[in-house]
Design a protein around this ligand. Structure first.
Ligand code: ADP
Ligand code: ADP
Length: 229
């Protein structure tokens, strides 16, 4: 469960500027596939297509054999968890932020997710507006702590598919290392697409795809690609 197939996907935002030019890959259930490439290569477009924010003009995207155009956006949001580069928090408690999207979760489940993501000490606290300012109740979360909230939310939601879109690239390297540990735990057993502009951040991927100007120009394991130089 959770097999993603991109079959010869073509996409453009504007007709005169192709963004994806025949992208094909397969993410088997439970495996981690990394999509690496320079800024502007089309990496985030792939995750936007997964959520049906846009529709491809050619080819098809399937999840477990079903064309995602036949799936509601609501069910896609339920099936796919996303940890973005910067997590925007609601101006409500961290517990509320973790529960977001799974309102039926018990307090105990929320607490356990927070504990696994190591953000439980803040569960009752309220971040400032959008987590950026010092809030009335005085909490300012760091970038790493905000990512932990997003990770706890994903642990609670437990989707079969996970997209990590530059999930650690805004963090300093020490924090990045810690967050990657937490992400590895969430990714375990889920089909995971890791989007990154650097190879160094994605050692754990089963397969790495290099995207450049909308095409996969190289693919292989981490070691094989390092050997290529
Ligand atoms: P990456 O994630 O690899 O940096 P993106 O998929 O975000 O690349 O973007 C690929 C290209 O598409 C970029 O040149 C970007 O400016 C362009 N782009 C992204 N979104 C839009 C949009 N909504 N309208 C027009 N161009 C866009
Ligand atoms: P990133 O992938 O770098 O985290 P985004 O996915 O938000 O950032 O956007 C990637 C690129 O696409 C940026 O250059 C951004 O300006 C451009 N972009 C994103 N959305 C739009 C849009 N709706 N219209 C035009 N350009 C966009």
């Amino acid at each position: 469960e959770g097999r993603i197939v991109f079959d010869n996907v073509f996409f453009h935002y504007e007709p005169q500027r192709p963004i994806l030019k025949g992208v094909s890959f397969e993410a088997p259930p439970g495996k981690t596939i990394a999509i690496v490439g320079p800024s502007g290569a089309g990496k985030s477009t792939i995750s936007r297509l997964m959520f049906r924010f846009y529709e491809p003009q050619g080819g098809r995207i399937t999840i477990d054999g079903q064309n995602i155009l036949d799936v509601t956006q609501e069910s896609l949001r339920a099936a796919i968890g996303m940890v973005p580069q910067d997590t925007v928090l609601f101006n409500d408690s961290i517990g509320y932020n973790i529960r977001y999207g799974r309102w039926d979760a018990s307090d105990e489940e929320v607490r356990e997710a927070a504990r696994l993501a190591q953000i439980d000490r803040f569960i009752e606290s309220v971040p400032g507006a959008y987590g950026a300012q010092v809030g009335e109740r005085g909490l300012k979360l760091s970038g790493g702590e905000k990512q932990r909230v997003a990770i706890a939310r994903t642990i609670l939601k437990a989707p079969p598919i996970l997209i990590l879109d530059e999930a650690t690239s805004a963090l300093d390297s020490l924090t990045e290392h810690e967050i990657q540990e937490a992400l590895r735990r969430v990714a375990k057993g889920r089909t995971t697409l890791v989007i990154a502009h650097r190879l160094s951040t994605i050692v754990e991927a089963d397969e790495i795809l290099f995207l450049d100007h909308g095409q996969i120009v190289e693919r292989g394991t981490h070691n094989a690609l390092l050997a290529l130089g």
